[in-house]
Design a protein around this ligand. Structure first.
Ligand code: MG
Length: 159
């Protein structure tokens, strides 16, 4: 099989007193995402999509929550490790696409910076990294601004 597809999903709770980091970019906001690492929910969902494409399990398997080694970890560094696992197995990223689901803040001013950061870590062109954003129309926990969720897919190609 010359191509593989994977999907990833993650959600983190919004709390006061934490930075809001998405795709390695710190966004100005009253709240940030809670988590054991830097809680970069976008990067986490992409990591799970990459792992999923090769049926390698999920990020909790490699970076267990609660493990002091990953406390406050820069998720871009974890993404680099996952990308290395992909490459060691003879695969490379064809493209990734993602959707951030958040009521606030406005994502548009930061999307290009996220794409650039993620593409740099993955060793691909920013044109191969899609980052989109939508609100949840006020519905559910994301709509009540209790958290931010991300859906991602990744296509891997051999070689
Ligand atoms: Mg996570």
């Amino acid at each position: 099989m010359a191509i593989r597809i994977g999907n990833g999903y993650d959600i983190h709770r919004l709390v006061e007193g934490r930075p809001l980091i998405l795709g390695g970019v710190t966004l100005p906001h009253s709240h940030g995402l809670d988590g054991h690492s830097d809680a970069d929910v976008l990067t986490h969902a992409i990591m799970d999509a990459l792992l999923g494409a090769l049926s390698l399990g999920d990020i909790g398997l490699y970076f267990p929550p609660g493990d002091p080694e990953w406390a406050g970890a820069d998720s871009l560094k974890l993404l680099a490790q996952v990308n290395a696992m992909v490459q060691e197995r003879g695969w490379t990223v064809g493209n990734v696409d993602s959707v951030i689901v958040a009521e606030q803040p406005k994502m548009k001013p930061h999307i290009e910076a996220m794409r650039t950061q993620l593409a740099t870590v993955l060793g691909v062109d920013p044109s191969q990294v899609g980052v989109k954003a939508t609100t949840n129309e006020g519905l559910g926990p994301v709509g009540r601004q209790e958290g931010i969720a991300v859906h991602a897919v990744a296509l891997l190609v051999q070689g």
